[in-house]
Write a protein that binds this ligand. Structure first.
Ligand code: MN
Length: 367
């Protein structure tokens, strides 16, 4: 069992602290976000886990943060993907499992595939030789991951990738690191804190009531701040930052970045909150009207009928499923800028301040 480790730190007065979680190999998002908030060498950076996996530039993200941490104050909390990947390399493979890593690199957008490619290793290398090569060439990268604590404890905040099972960070219930890193749907776990706990791992949009909302989700009474914007996980996702203007204080604000095209809305639209929002795993649907871009479906468990994007539909074992969808319409004023997730003949799925909804008006061409 990987044991929980705790790093204690205290942020100095007058220094800004930037907290970013779940980068998942999205180097362009990371750079875009840091540029947007005018990240400077004076800032302290906290990465709250899952630097790698799923995105296009996992190794680049990891190595960039390693370099930065030599020049600047950077705290990196370990995520389940970070720990899992290292674990894959630092274990033994019996004879019948010698093909596992090659298959893993083929189906996943993984840092291991990027390392394999960079070293020019063959696609059919046995796992034992694969691990030996990677350990020899990327020892610094794996050591960097191994040294990432499970919990970063500061006077005003506790940072952990997934969540905590007990309010006492040193409790036996918090002893297994992987339990705290891969703590799915942490908000569903009945716990509240006296000092704010900052988590990532579970996209905040899955907690939103009303419109899907990719901005951080805060439960003030329970003192839980969930900042994963769903970057590289959801097509509507974004990379969020929690910003402490002064590290010694407990005030904070948020910023976000995505790469969606921005267009100008040409028509007013009255908003309408969704009366159905669903997400995985409660996402089975039945087709009512097939269309080229948009389909009319019935959400099986609720019986609600709604339009969804055809590209969000997928089939498994003869059953039809749909990615996160809702029937909410965002309030829009003519002339305002909106981010466009998908534009179709009939309607567009747009994002405004992190919130997602349909828009039936016209959109200008790209500015
Ligand atoms: Mn995670």
């Amino acid at each position: 069992m990987l044991k929980t480790t705790v790093q204690k730190a205290s942020f100095p007065t007058g220094r800004r602290v930037i907290v970013i979680s779940d980068i998942h190999g999205a180097f362009a998002y990371l750079q875009g976000l840091l540029k947007k908030i005018h990240f400077s060498p004076e800032d302290i950076l906290v990465i709250n886990g899952d630097i790698i996996e799923r995105g296009p530039e996992n190794l680049r993200c990891l190595q960039w943060l390693m370099e930065l941490s030599k020049k600047q104050t950077v705290y990196t909390v370990c995520g389940n993907n970070d720990a899992y990947v290292r674990g894959l390399i630092y274990r033994e493979y019996p004879a019948e499992e010698q093909d596992i890593l090659n298959r893993y690199c083929t189906v996943r957008s993984s840092v291991l595939g990027e390392m394999r490619k960079q070293l020019g290793l063959p696609d059919d290398l046995p796992a034992s030789a694969f691990c030996k090569e990677l350990k020899a060439h990327f020892a610094a990268e794996f050591d960097f991951i191994a040294n990432m604590p499970t919990i970063l404890e500061t006077p005003n905040f506790t940072f952990v990738h997934g969540g905590l099972r007990d309010t006492d960070i040193f409790s036996e219930k918090n002893a297994c690191a992987f339990d705290l890193m891969k703590f799915d749907d942490f908000l569903a776990y009945p716990i509240s804190f006296s000092k704010p706990v900052v988590v990532g791992h579970w996209p905040s949009s899955l907690y939103s009531k009303g419109y899907f909302d990719c901005m951080p989700y805060v439960e003030p009474n329970r003192k839980i701040i969930s900042i994963d914007g769903g970057c590289m996980i959801k097509n509507m996702g974004q990379l969020n930052a929690m910003i402490l203007p002064d590290g010694s204080q407990s005030d904070y604000c948020f910023a976000s970045f995505d790469l969606l095209p921005v267009k100008q809305a040409l028509d007013d639209q009255a908003g309408r909150l969704p009366d159905i929002s669903f997400c995985w795993p409660d996402c089975r649907v039945e087709m009512l009207e097939d269309g080229e871009e948009i389909c009319l479906v019935r959400h099986v468990s609720s019986g609600k009928i709604l339009h969804v994007l055809k590209e969000d539909l997928w089939e498994q074992k003869g059953q039809l499923f749909c990615d996160d969808s809702s029937n909410g319409y965002l309030p829009v004023c003519a002339g305002e800028s909106v981010s466009v997730i998908c534009q179709t003949q009939r309607s567009s799925l747009i994002k405004k301040n992190g919130k997602i909804g349909w828009y039936n008006g016209r959109l200008s061409e790209n500015k």
